[in-house]
Design a protein around this ligand. Structure first.
Ligand code: PXG
Length: 288
């Protein structure tokens, strides 16, 4: 596998960053997870815009402009002969000394990995996924805006560890007010009487690219969709529930905290959205 690292393609065995890189020392950096479907990179421009916004929030200067980032991403897929892949684009603060000071890191590190993806096991797409609510709260926007897709994932990792302890693959994280924010690596949606609701970014949700695609699909299908303040009650008592993420795509939820959602089977609106999403990923996107 060839990795794009600071302007060059290097073999994965040579793709190394320094122990003095602040991405490693402090989690000082940003990233994107992107998908390549049948030779098309899904919503590449939106991913790059989110990367730029994340970097701007951290006052981190990305070494490449949008067109150059786009070209490097596509080239990484091409040199590895991939037509379906998971792409990880990472920009770190770069090498510095052992102090926090980002201004002492002269050159950001940029690397792009294009590799295989492992989704949830197929049975969960067919039958739904049982999720739980974990005690760890989503980081407050007052501490670090959750809209920044940074290399600091410890908050979500604690949530993921707790989910596993409860025997679940994914979990709801509440915000510090007790409202539903999102899952550890996925956005969440509930459907009541034919209308879809999802937490707003202001409640601690990442502005997911897949989430954005669901808004477009709902408009196409004529299904009402809105952002709302949601408690767990809104999910326990929903007719349908599903999660979205670049890795997960769209996965139906069958149970939350031991309570069946609806009749416990993936609902019709969820299945329609899953089908529409499958169609879109093959036709939308940037040809590599
Ligand atoms: N919330 C969080 C906290 C995320 O990390 C999403 C929502 C969904 O956003 P997108 O833009 O992907 O629809 C994410 C995305 C991984 C992995 O390796 C995680 C994500 C994406 C891709 C891979 O676990 N998280």
């Amino acid at each position: 596998m060839k990795i794009y690292l600071d302007g060059k393609f290097v073999d994965e065995s040579e793709a190394k960053v320094s122990v003095f890189d602040h991405g490693l020392l402090y989690g000082d950096g940003v990233f994107e997870g992107i998908r390549l479907y049948g030779g098309n990179v899904f919503r590449l421009d939106e991913h790059l815009e989110r990367l730029e916004h994340s970097a701007k929030a951290l006052m981190l200067a990305i070494p490449l402009n949008r067109a150059e980032l786009s070209a490097a991403t596509c080239e990484t897929c091409r040199v590895n002969g991939l037509s379906d892949a998971y792409i990880r684009l990472v920009v770190t603060r770069g090498v510095g000394d052992l102090g926090l000071a980002p201004w002492l890191c002269p050159k950001p590190t940029l690397f792009i990995i294009a590799s295989r993806i492992s989704l949830y096991p197929q049975e969960h797409y067919d039958n739904g996924l049982a999720i739980v609510t974990v005690p760890t709260r989503r980081i407050s926007p007052a501490a670090l805006p959750p809209t920044v897709k940074s290399l600091n994932y410890l908050n979500n990792i604690l949530g993921k560890i707790e989910a596993r302890q409860f025997g679940a693959l994914e979990a709801i994280m509440l915000n510090d007010q007790g409202y539903v924010a999102e899952c550890t690596a996925d956005n969440i949606f509930a459907i009541h009487k034919g209308a879809i609701m999802t937490p707003a970014a202001s409640q601690g949700a990442l502005k997911g690219i897949t989430r954005g695609a669901v808004f477009d699909i709902a408009a196409e299908l004529g299904v009402p969709i809105r952002e709302a303040d949601m408690t767990r009650y809104d999910i326990w008592c929903a007719d349908e529930c599903f999660l979205t993420g670049t890795g997960a795509e769209i996965v139906p939820v069958s149970k939350l905290d031991g309570r069946l959602i609806g009749d416990g089977r993936p609902g019709t609106i969820t299945r329609d959205i899953m089908k529409a999403f499958r169609r879109r990923v093959l036709v939308e996107g940037t040809r590599i």
